[in-house]
Design a binder for this molecule. Structure first.
Ligand code: MTE
Ligand code: MO
Length: 363
């Protein structure tokens, strides 16, 4: 059974857990605090016997051991944020319940320094055919959550698969990739929903079409509010790829007593894929007035940015602190979770809301 210290554990089997809010204030997330999202058991794979097969629409199909990957291709390190499409799902639950899905808070998001080889280098060496449009990743662990039960998998468009930032990674923050995060080797697709960063990858198939795996064709899709998720089949709903603009407040904590006067508010913002965070606004008066947060420089084009702002709280409260990010396309996060609610609870990127100074309980 997997376990990390001090995590908010949503499920123990399969192990699904997120770090406490304050652990997300560091620019890099320790492997011990990095969120874990599993759909099945963590496979025990030895780096000595692990290999990955590269097949499908390629001229020279090949099977590569870890040693061969390391010997044949240049090593690269990318600092990147990973974000689950279910991040902040808990914000949807007051709108309408989402049975069967974990109530993730702000912590289904973490950032690490990933080391490996470029997937593009491996694909180019295998010789990608003209008809190729998508690259599929297959893992060995069978998920009972899939219908029918099947190994976890997914795909990304060929253009993204060939991009410099996409890695077959064996290192995390300078250490070997831990088994729970996909060791010996996982795919890392910066800027895309975490679901495409397939852990324990054993087969890479170049295809004309997206993967037919349950987690690509049926799950990780945004259904319309009135649709029945149990009746949804392959191709229904909006397939998720690039991460949506998002932010959350990391300090103060929800329901913290902060008193009146100036309060330091801190958080993260992440724009996803080729967009950048351009501005973050914070309000201490329910959105009547906003102040502009100081935004840290991005530690990498693929990583979140932290921000801070001092807001004045008028009177004892209760108050709700708000934050909203803008990206380099000029888009702003939507105001309400109610407008975004969907049956599987993906992509809650509504304004961050943290209540503080709760009313004293009546005796
Ligand atoms: N083989 C495999 N890969 C997987 C998953 C999984 O269950 N099995 N979960 C995916 C999802 S939904 C996310 S958000 C990320 C989480 O990676 P982490 O557990 O290292 O944080 O892994 C992705 N890759
Ligand atoms: Mo995810």
């Amino acid at each position: 059974m997997w376990h990390k210290r001090e995590m908010v554990v949503h499920e123990s089997d399969p192990y699904n857990a997120e770090p406490p809010r304050n652990r997300l204030l560091a620019p890099l997330t320790d492997a011990d605090s990095f969120y874990v999202r599993n759909h099945g058991p963590v496979p025990e794979l030895s780096p000595d016997t692990w290999s990955v097969a590269v097949t499908g629409l390629v001229s020279e199909p090949v099977t590569l051991s870890l040693g061969q990957l390391q010997a044949r291709f240049a090593q690269h390190t990318v600092l990147a944020t990973m974000q689950c499409a279910g991040n902040r799902r808990s914000g949807f639950l007051p709108v309408r319940d989402i049975p069967g899905e974990d109530p993730w808070g702000p912590g289904a998001t973490s950032t690490a320094r990933w080391t490996g080889v470029r997937l593009g280098d491996v694909l180019r060496a295998a010789g990608v055919h003209d008809a190729a449009r998508h690259v599929e990743f297959a893992a060995p662990e069978v998920s009972q959550l899939a219908d029918p039960p099947q190994p976890y998998g997914g795909s990304v468009p060929l253009g993204k698969a060939l991009a410099d930032e996409v890695l077959l990674a064996w290192g995390m923050n300078g250490a070997p990739l831990p088994p729970v995060h996909g060791g010996p080797v996982r795919v890392v697709v910066p800027g895309y929903v975490g679901a495409r960063s397939v852990k324990w990858v054993r087969r890479i198939t170049v295809r004309a079409d997206p993967s037919e795996n349950y987690f690509q064709a049926t799950a990780y899709r945004v259904l319309a509010p009135e649709e029945d998720p149990d009746a949804a089949g392959p191709g229904d709903g909006i397939s998720l790829g690039p991460v949506a603009l998002n932010c959350d407040i990391l300090s103060p904590e929800p329901d913290e007593r902060v008193g009146t006067g100036p309060v330091l508010v801190r958080g993260y913002a992440h724009a996803g894929d080729d967009r950048r965070v351009a501005r973050v606004d914070v309000s201490g008066d329910g959105g009547r007035t906003w102040c502009r947060a100081d935004l840290d420089a991005a530690p990498s084009p693929w990583a979140w940015q932290h921000w801070r702002a001092t807001v004045e709280l008028a009177g004892p409260g209760p108050h709700t602190l708000l934050a909203r990010a803008w990206d380099s396309t000029g888009a702003c996060q939507p105001e309400s979770a109610a407008a975004l609610w969907n049956p599987k609870g993906y992509v809650n990127n509504s304004w961050a809301r943290v209540p503080v100074n709760p009313a004293a309980a009546a005796d």
